[in-house]
Design a binder for this molecule. Structure first.
Ligand SMILES: NC(=O)c1cc2c(=O)c3cc(F)ccc3oc2nc1N
Length: 326
């Protein structure tokens, strides 16, 4: 086949595979069978083998994981990854609301489910995924780019050619967790205590092929360089993330009053067992970026957001060692 046609055919295969990826893993609406998907992937990988010069940085062939790393490189976060301060009861939430209103006057909040996973930061240049890192100590994290590429819902190329840094929570869906512990039980290995530990242990694997088998997922929840892009509120950022092709959690809601926040908390505290992933609370954020800026942050946490933690369940958790997987 003429060289030009091969290049074109490979571009079409990449396009098709990523389109099916998006439908299946972001929209949760499979568009072809697994067998057809695997056939497309096999054909692309065969052509990449034969014509490496036409392999591109956004090729979905990277999602099966490359060679194991010796160690993780360190990454310095240009904007520190802070942690959320916690609220444990209604009083804490009303104190938060009072302090915010004292400082910025009338305010709208955005409420989101607090996914029980691992905070990650993703950098894209001209629309291409170039680096992903863990939170680490907030200033320095570990470069887990190769591992994150195996997460099918993480776009390798955005719908717009923008340079952007986003933050999100990588997590292990409960079904993947149960399947993983089933396998480990059969192999006589230590079980993971919960999906959060399993996700952390998986992302710390030096071999991306193992990570690819763990079926992790990620919800993206913020744009770091939002001002540069001209976004004015958190809710606008969430819509922008959808436009770029990221997977965001669709349950977020604008709340005009703390009573509306309490109602949202009540609703999702009841519904959380019906979710296909673990949540450990609700995140409440001031919506307007101008007001977030006015409120600022302490060395550790933003003063414009708070995490309401659900009361710990009284279940007996298995005391198993967390597999130190590195
Ligand atoms: N686990 C989560 O689902 C989740 C976590 C965070 C954060 O950790 C977080 C930390 C900050 F300093 C600021 C905003 C944040 O927003 C967040 N939003 C979320 N939905």
């Amino acid at each position: 086949m003429a060289q030009h046609d091969v290049k074109k055919q490979m571009a079409e295969l990449r396009e098709q595979i990523e389109k099916h990826n998006y439908a299946y893993y972001v929209l949760d609406q499979p568009s072809i069978s697994d067998a057809e998907y695997d056939e497309l992937m096999r054909k692309l990988m065969e052509l990449e083998e034969q014509y490496p010069q036409y392999k591109t940085p956004d090729s979905p062939s990277q999602r099966v994981g490359g060679a194991p790393l010796e160690a993780f490189k360190k990454v310095t976060h240009r904007v520190p990854m802070l942690s959320l301060s916690n609220a444990f009861n209604e009083g804490d939430l009303r104190d938060f609301d009072r302090r915010v209103r004292q400082e910025v006057g009338d305010v709208r909040y955005v409420c989101e489910l607090k996914i029980d996973g691992l905070a990650v930061s993703l950098r894209y240049e001209d629309g291409y995924f170039v680096q992903g890192a863990t939170r680490g100590d907030g200033t320095t994290g570990e470069d887990i780019t190769e591992n994150l590429k195996t997460i099918r819902s993480l776009p390798l190329r955005l719908q717009k050619q923008v340079t952007v840094e986003v933050r999100g929570e990588a997590y292990m869906p409960r079904k993947s967790f149960e399947k993983l512990n089933e396998q480990r039980k059969m192999n006589g290995e230590e079980l993971f205590a919960n999906p959060r530990n399993a996700a952390a242990g998986s992302l710390r694997q030096l071999d991306p092929k193992i990570v690819a088998a763990r079926q992790l997922d990620v919800f993206i929840y913020s744009v770091v360089n939002s001002e540069e892009i001209g976004l004015v509120s958190h809710s606008e950022s969430l819509r922008y993330l959808d436009e770029l092709g990221f997977k965001t959690n669709p349950t977020w809601q604008v709340c005009e009053t703390i009573d509306a926040v309490l109602a949202y908390i009540e609703k999702w505290h009841e519904r959380r067992t019906s979710l296909p992933y673990d949540i450990d609370g609700i995140v409440i954020k001031v919506d307007a970026f101008a007001q977030q800026k006015q409120l600022g942050a302490t060395a550790k946490s933003p003063r414009w957001a708070i995490a309401y933690k659900f009361p710990a369940e009284e279940v007996v958790t298995q005391l198993v060692d967390i597999e130190l997987s590195v």
